[in-house]
Design a protein around this ligand. Sequence first.
Ligand code: DHB
Length: 390
Amino acid sequence: MKKRVFLSASALAVMALSSAAVLAQDNTFKIGLVLPMTGQQASTGRQIEAAAKLFMAQNGDTVAGKKVQLIIKDDTSIPDVTKRMAQELVVNEKVNVLAGFGITPSALATAPIATQSKTPMVVMAAATSSITQASPYIVRTSFTLPQASVSMADWAPKNGIKKVVTLVSDYGPGIDAEKFFKDRFIFNGGTIVESLRVPMRNPDFAPFLQKVRDAKPDGLFVFVPSGAGAAVMKQFLERGMDKAGIKLIGTGDITDDDQLNDMGDGAIGVVTAHHYAAAHPSAMNKKFVEAFKKANKGMRPNFMAVGGYDGMHVIYEALKASKGQGGGDGLLAAMKGQVFESPRGPMFIDAQTRDVVQNIYLRKVQRVGGELHNVEFDVIKDVKDPGKAK
Ligand code: DHB
């Protein structure tokens, strides 16, 4: 008799526990953040993780009555791994949103998972124009290479740079940068002397830079992914290419704020076009940079961090607007068309393309308060991705 009572009491306890677990699950909103935390693109993962955590620390982890949970997975920037991790996050963890995606091949590999499972996929880093067309569930908060490259191609010929060699990393974003810079630069009366492509994995820039030196252009236009800029700068300077009168220009990926301060005075004067600089002089950005540094042992946020921070903003606002209801489609609908102020400046998620519309700034590397910074000197407002124009 006693035993029976004991059994049913424990059975009751188990029932209570499992219904609590169900409740907890219903009240949890899971964000699966898939990022390169190790390997060649590790700085992208480090920056985005730090930014996402900062956003949550500043905005709380309860939104529309749901407890927000971040699940971070290291894809080591191998696309098959990204895809497998995203699948596991959707099937096993039942995440409400997929986010992160450090490089284009990782984003493209995962797109079918987002489509099949109707899970919004917030691309916070990868920047090839076509990514948003790979799934109707993709929303992007980073930038596109055509946005930055076209702006640079408008600036260069007006500033004495008429003959250019392009040097890009040989994959999606590099091909975009090369094509969109080239077409616009030629349209503006410039001449492309040569177009060089370096391997994306473990690149050796030396033989390519030697070729550029021999070609003696007015300028060298470069795109390499975040984390590779310092190596390009070092070899460019070691070869005395700046002294030979070749101007280094590019998208802001080469003067990456994550590395810029260690590049040395040789970097001073390099002009790039991009959507974010840690030195962007708005009150909101000053607060963002200060808080980011404080929470991360003085690490300076780069353009990847701002993509992560704004990606979290888009997710939080969508959760609020859909009141935690509506599943993936409801969330996606609430992500489209969002307009808000970002540390980068004004930002808009175009409802038609699900891509980011934003200012592109021209910046020159200068020493400010003892540190090297990308100092903005001009702005092209509300730039839509030129890659989407038919
Ligand atoms: C991509 C990666 C980068 O690190 C970057 O700076 C720009 C684009 C990409 O793979 O899409």
